[in-house]
Write a protein that binds this ligand. Structure first.
Ligand SMILES: Cc1ncc(COP(=O)(O)O)c(C=O)c1O
Length: 471
């Protein structure tokens, strides 16, 4: 840890002045003002962010899992410096070596994980890549209706909003004629059979299968076997939905139903890809083969953004998805591909499959200990380093949104006194009831940092309960 304060030039605006200015010149339409007092950060390194006063904040959500390899990762930084010196920019209508090599590494990872051959198409942000997947599905199937999950999140452009479950994100923006049909995700803790993964899985598969029981479900034509839906957009582990981990057998069965009815399976790995769950692609845990994979976020470790889709050769071969099918000025920008290539080289040679599972088990054990102490932690679960703490009323079941929100605000206030120092905790909230602390620490997190995280979380839960007047 280091102090940020000492290095600030005197001419910098003070924190108060910056916040005043922000309140006058910045839109409130993004997510900054979820915080009671928006936080200004000055530096970052490893698992830590540092505010203007040099206070360290242990980050347990790493920019919604965009910074899997830690802040200011030196190898990624070195690749960027080298790229700036050699080919810092290039219109994406021309080729450069990093783009081609990165596409190859992603294709190889899919080949290794699923044994499938395909191609990669780049874009800039996650939602834009989702839009590209939607275009590819529409073109391939000739259908514009999609299936997606309750609790699913795929971004906030208009097309991505149409397949994102939350009506709150669409309500103010008029008609979404191609809004997806949202089916229940197997969420064992909150299913009709709490704690029973087998019955939860069966019930959720039944719901999908019943769509194709007879003609009058309105979903398909039994004579042609064609469904009205082009694709099912899924997250193997729900991200914004609250790091919900499905029963292991579910996706294999879902993939079969989709295949039988000509529905493509689109696997949104934007949040869970790149070893967050201990596999390159989270879907690898579930033994189901996607037709299209969408990625973004951690590909560049949070540096110059790029995103993209991988699709099976039959869908995306040049005679199918020809030149100009989609385009964005900054797609496959050279700094993004250089960062992406560095990330891919690190994660394919670094033993992450075992280290992430080991660290995840260690962290989950700590969360289980905390749960024994605080009955308000209704559920803890994890797959690799995608971990969840579901905050509930003292009965351990009824969602307690205010408690999660208090925890978020307390962490961000940056005045936790631990082992003689003042620190903060960066948390994120997700979940159907906005009561889940979704934990996505750096994949490089150390045991000492996980120990510290457990102490800090304990303190934050206790303080949040006290502030809400809980015993
Ligand atoms: C699963 C998933 N899909 C899509 C998106 C949208 O990505 P972006 O915010 O880069 O547009 C996100 C972002 O949180 C996500 O988690």
């Amino acid at each position: 840890m280091f102090s940020a304060k000492a290095d600030l030039p005197d001419s910098f605006l003070t924190e108060r002045e910056l916040l005043d200015l922000e309140s006058r010149v910045c839109s409130y339409g993004d997510t900054v003002h979820y915080a009671e007092v928006p936080k200004i950060f000055e530096r970052c390194e490893g698992s830590y962010l540092y505010d203007l006063h040099g206070t360290p904040y242990l980050d347990l959500q790493m920019w919604y899992s965009a910074v899997n390899l830690g802040y200011a990762n030196p190898q990624v930084a070195a690749a960027l410096h080298a790229q700036i010196d050699r080919l810092p920019q290039l219109a994406c209508q021309y080729l450069h070596r990093e783009k081609i090599e990165l596409a190859e590494m992603i294709c190889d990872s899919v080949q290794r994980g699923f044994g499938m051959h395909g191609r990669v198409h780049f874009n800039v942000g996650g939602a834009q890549a989702i839009e590209d997947a939607l275009k590819l599905v529409r073109q391939t199937t000739g259908r514009q209706h999609m299936l997606a999950f309750q609790g699913g999140y795929h971004g906030r452009t208009l097309g991505a909003s149409a397949i994102t479950s939350s009506y709150r994100y669409r309500e103010r923006f008029g008609e979404f004629a191609d809004r997806a049909e949202f089916l229940p995700f197997p969420y064992t803790f909150r299913s009709r059979y709490p704690g029973d993964a087998v019955r939860t899985e069966n019930e959720c598969i039944d719901t999908v299968e019943r769509l194709f029981e007879h003609e009058y479900t309105g979903a398909w034509n039994p004579k042609t076997g064609h469904s009205e839906f082009g694709a099912f957009f899924v997250e193997a582990v729900q991200g914004t939905g609250g790091y919900v981990i499905p029963p292991r057998g579910y996706f294999k069965r879902l993939a079969r139903v989709c295949r039988e009815h000509g529905i493509l399976l689109v696997d949104d790995e934007i949040q869970m890809g790149f070893y967050r769950t201990g596999k390159m692609w989270a879907m690898e845990h579930f033994d189901a083969e996607p037709d299209i994979i969408v990625f973004g976020k951690a590909l560049t470790n949070g540096m110059n953004p790029i995103s993209g889709i991988w699709a099976r050769e039959e869908l995306i071969a040049p005679d199918k998805f020809g030149p100009g099918s989609t385009h964005s000025t900054f797609a496959s920008n050279t700094l993004g591909t250089a960062a992406g290539l560095a990330v891919m080289k690190i994660i394919t040679s670094g033993g992450y499959e075992s280290s992430v599972m080991e660290k995840g088990a260690y962290f989950l054990a700590k969360l289980r200990e905390l749960r024994k102490k605080h009955p308000e932690i209704g559920d803890v679960d994890g797959l690799g380093l995608a971990l969840r703490m579901e905050m509930c009323h003292p009965d351990g079941i009824a969602p307690w949104r205010e408690l999660a929100d208090r925890m978020f605000q307390i962490g961000l206030a940056g005045n936790l006194q631990i082992r003689g120092t003042s620190m903060g905790l960066v948390l994120d909230i997700g979940g159907y009831y906005k009561n889940v602390i979704t934990l996505a620490p750096s994949l490089e997190i150390t045991s000492a940092e996980m120990d510290l995280a457990a102490v800090a979380l304990d303190l934050v839960v206790a303080r949040a309960k006290a502030q809400l007047g809980a015993p």
